[in-house]
Ligand binder design. Structure first.
Ligand SMILES: [Zn+2]
Length: 241
């Protein structure tokens, strides 16, 4: 087998798609040809890297549960009504809606939690990375019509990580990021449309959410941190203006 043939058949070989004779010829060539052997090693390395656990996104348990429940419900529907492609498509559309839409969940809550999840997945947690409140606070100037509270709570175990801007469909939000051990806390702030009110707590897709309006600023605190410690953090942040 020539070098060119070896390179042509390499992917098929790695996918175990070659017949026995070709596989043996290719292996013989790899044994004799340093260049093709090196190519083979690098392809193997890429495959190993692509199988790495860190590249996989594990679905949250709650999402898995909802998908299973929805699929099971779809199955029951299908059995009851018989096999109708149009009905099946409609059922599939309902399944998708059921997963992503929760009726008692406000649009803003959805946007805030989605933004929190995006910030963790895309590696786009911060635009300004600093543990210094005197660096983070001025960074927001001119980007939004309020000055979000920024304070380093390192002494209390909630160190400041940095900040970023986020844009929902009708407004900009200042996001100040803190950590509690390995847990990220996103604090979203924007000019409130309604009057001040005290904190409400919610649980959404496995995340704890605290929302309040104070001094005309609407504030949403989102994290996978446990509710008790997030409350503790919110009390600290609430005191600071
Ligand atoms: Zn070769």
């Amino acid at each position: 087998m020539t070098c060119k043939e070896t390179q042509t058949f390499m992917d098929g070989y790695l996918d175990h798609e070659l017949d026995l004779v070709r596989s043996i010829e290719l292996e013989r060539h790899l044994h004799d040809c340093a260049a093709c052997a090196a190519l083979h090693r690098s392809r193997m390395a890429v495959r190993t890297a692509m199988n790495a656990e860190s590249l996989r996104y594990r679905a949250p348990a709650e999402l898995k549960h909802r998908v299973r429940m929805s699929v099971a419900a779809g199955e029951r529907r299908r059995i009851r009504f018989g096999w109708m492609p149009a009905a099946a498509l409609a059922a599939a559309a309902l399944v998708v809606l059921a997963i992503f839409v929760r009726p008692d969940r406000s649009r803003i809550e959805r946007e805030v939690v989605d933004s929190h999840i995006r910030s963790l997945m895309a590696g786009h947690l911060t635009d300004v990375v600093s543990t210094d409140q005197h660096t983070v606070k001025p960074w927001f100037a001119g980007k939004i019509d309020l000055s979000p509270p920024v304070q380093d709570f390192s002494a209390q175990g909630f160190p400041l990580v940095g900040g970023r801007m986020d844009y929902f469909d009708d407004h900009a939000a200042a996001v100040v990021v803190y950590r509690r051990n390995q847990h990220v806390i996103n604090v979203f702030t924007w000019r409130a449309a309604g009057p001040d009110h005290s904190a409400r707590t919610m649980r959404d897709h496995g995340y704890n959410v605290i929302q309040f309006v104070r001094d005309g600023a609407e504030c949403w605190v989102v994290s996978d941190l446990n509710a008790e410690e997030l409350q503790q953090f919110a009390r600290l942040a609430h005191l600071e203006n």
